[in-house]
Write a protein that binds this ligand. Structure first.
Ligand SMILES: Nc1ncnc2c1ncn2[C@@H]1O[C@H](COP(=O)(O)OP(=O)(O)O)[C@@H](O)[C@H]1O
Ligand SMILES: [Mg+2]
Length: 222
């Protein structure tokens, strides 16, 4: 169970107003997507939810509990970053396993989860390769698998499939929706591509709502 809410959240970097008085509630189990042009504050919003940044004012709530002072580690949220900070000399398999190894999960469970996400994201055939040997699109799928292998309260994805070619993007989109449904967890998905957001949100309605953060009415809910 998780519900994430922003109450009048503002974040500045020096003179730059990155997030301006944003209020939004994302419900449990929702596939929530929003889009905006570059530099509109999308990545900042995800970092605020994850706990890598603190708002200058306003409140962030997870399940009605204010988390402004709660560390990222204690929030149990998994994120796929826009710029993948992965290790070139690690195999894809070890990269995906890492979050579970770090949590000292049982080896049998780790291998089962690894097989499961590898199948869903079609990376079984590259698990033995070093990340440095993979294409950008393959690395991105590994990064998504690494987030999905855990069982966090919420998944955050920062434009995670933009580097994939058209066919793999479509596959990844379908996989993400299915995985989100099966996991029964919130997935917040950010993209700079309005069309992608609309297309993804289209036929089966799993994308809830989207809005350019720059258009958020002050203090208003989406
Ligand atoms: N660590 C930072 N230091 C200074 N300015 C930042 C930092 N992160 C983001 N910004 C600024 O905040 C604004 C929003 O950035 P960002 O959240 O990355 O937007 P988006 O993800 O929509 O491209 C931009 O003007 C950006 O330059
Ligand atoms: Mg960004």
């Amino acid at each position: 169970m998780a519900e994430v809410a922003f109450r009048n959240v503002t974040k500045r970097y020096g003179a730059t107003l990155a997030v301006d008085d944003a209020s939004v509630t994302v419900a449990d189990n929702e596939f929530f997507c929003f889009f905006g042009p570059p530099l509109s504050g999308k990545s900042t919003i995800l970092r605020l939810i994850l706990g890598l940044e603190k708002p200058d004012s306003g409140e962030i709530l997870i399940d009605d509990r204010a988390v402004n002072e709660v560390s990222a580690a204690a929030r149990n949220i998994a994120m796929v970053f826009q710029n993948l900070a992965l290790f070139p000399h690690m195999t894809a398999a070890d990269t995906v396993r890492f979050p579970l190894v770090e949590r000292r999960e049982a080896p049998a469970k780790i291998e089962a989860r690894l097989r499961d996400v590898a199948e869903k994201l079609h990376i079984g055939h590259i698990l033995h390769k070093m990340l440095g040997q993979l294409s950008g699109g393959e690395r991105q799928r590994v990064a998504i698998a690494r987030a999905l292998v855990r069982d966090p309260a919420a998944y955050l994805m920062d434009d995670p499939i933009s580097a994939l070619d058209a066919r793999l993007r479509e596959e990844a989109r379908v996989a993400l929706k299915r995985i989100q449904r099966e996991a029964g967890r919130m997935l917040i998905y950010v993209t700079h591509d309005q069309e992608k957001a609309h297309v993804s949100g289209g036929p089966d309605g799993h994308f809830g709502r989207w809005r350019d953060p720059a258009d958020w009415p002050p203090g208003g809910n989406l």
